[in-house]
Design a protein around this ligand. Structure first.
Ligand SMILES: Cc1cc2nc3c(=O)[nH]c(=O)nc-3n(C[C@H](O)[C@H](O)[C@H](O)COP(=O)(O)O)c2cc1C
Length: 308
């Protein structure tokens, strides 16, 4: 078996494959489907200070090559997360790493969630979600350079745990936002969140999604995700986690060759819950076939003809 371990964020990940935020609940919901402790880890559903009911239905629909969702960051809120969800993660995940996805309406909200969680055990660090297209202020911090810098440096001052910022694809140059996060003290970046989109029921002449618009994910966004990961990774020296449309080892390897140190699998879980296990096996098979001993040797190992 190839060595899939990766060293980053101060720890060893046993595999580069994580479950993406919002597609695996808080872990427990997914635990009967795959051996969770045998993958790299998972990112929880977003946690906000207050419980959120989410958006009206329909909240998800299939699109060509993917899906559109506008869940609206429904979640149990900080207190119930600490009391009911985190204990399960603490007790059940020994080798898989846990990142907690954090959202807020204001910098104070994000800070309250991070301060509220920081002394608890059972997780590695935070994925700061500044990139949700499905709520009114979801991309406020992800698209405003000053607000982003202030948010990340404020959070940096509050915690020594790894701070990963999840970037939005909806900016003219993702490299600029990647650098802002690095300079403000982020330990890593996740790229990317969903693209805003819309689906219309022509018979009813109404939007399919209750929220009118939603975030598009799945195989349709893979080339954009790979490109934006490549751009973000080229702009910074902190590690990047590649996300968007990954279904196979070869999809994940596109992200890794583009510069991702880890990857996350989201929408593919709705089609085949065992997708992350297959992604891992596909990476291992590639490494064996190409005689690659360490996964780290593949990170950013893309060759561009004429630019070697
Ligand atoms: C149903 C659903 C819920 C999601 N919820 C969140 C969330 O709470 N926080 C977040 O940062 N991203 C969320 N995402 C975005 C995913 O984590 C991921 O960035 C995106 O779907 C692209 O990856 P994929 O094509 O593999 O799904 C959600 C995606 C889906 C499909």
């Amino acid at each position: 078996m190839a060595n899939l371990t990766q060293q980053l964020l101060g720890v060893t990940f046993q595999s580069p494959v994580l479950l993406a935020s919002g597609t695996c609940g808080y872990g427990e919901e997914y635990a009967s489907l795959i051996p969770l402790d045998e993958i790299g880890g998972l990112v929880t559903k977003a946690v906000s200070l207050e419980p959120r009911p989410g958006n009206p239905p329909h909240r998800v629909a299939e699109t060509p090559g993917g899906m559109i969702n506008a869940i609206g960051l429904q979640n149990v809120g900080l207190d119930r997360f600490r009391g009911e969800k985190l204990p399960w993660l603490r007790e059940n995940l020994r080798s898989a790493r846990v990142l907690i996805n954090v959202v807020g309406h204001s910098a104070e909200d994000y800070e309250a969630v991070v301060s509220g969680l920081d002394s608890d055990e059972g997780f590695l660090g935070y994925e700061i979600n500044v990139s949700c297209p499905n709520v009114k202020d979801g991309t406020l911090f992800g698209t405003d350079q000053q607000a982003l810098a202030a948010l990340v440096s404020g959070l940096r001052a509050l915690t020594d745990r790894p701070l990963v910022v999840k970037l939005t694809p909806n900016v003219p140059d993702i490299g600029v936002y990647a650098r802002i996060c690095e300079e403000a003290g982020a330990d890593g970046l996740s790229a990317i969140n969903t693209f805003p989109g819309m689906l219309i029921d022509v018979e009813a002449r109404r939007p399919v999604i209750g929220n009118v618009s939603g975030g598009v994910s799945g195989p349709a966004i893979l080339p954009m995700g790979v490109y934006l990961t490549w751009r973000a990774a080229a702009a910074v020296s902190i590690p990047v986690i590649g996300i968007g449309g990954i279904r196979s080892g070869s999809d994940a390897l596109q992200y890794i060759l583009a510069g991702a140190s880890l990857v996350q699998v989201g929408t593919a879980l709705f089609v085949d819950p065992s997708a992350p296990v297959q992604v891992q096996a596909g990476i291992a098979e590639y490494m064996k076939r190409h005689d690659v001993a360490r996964l780290a040797d593949l990170v950013g190992a893309l060759t561009i003809p004429g630019r070697e």
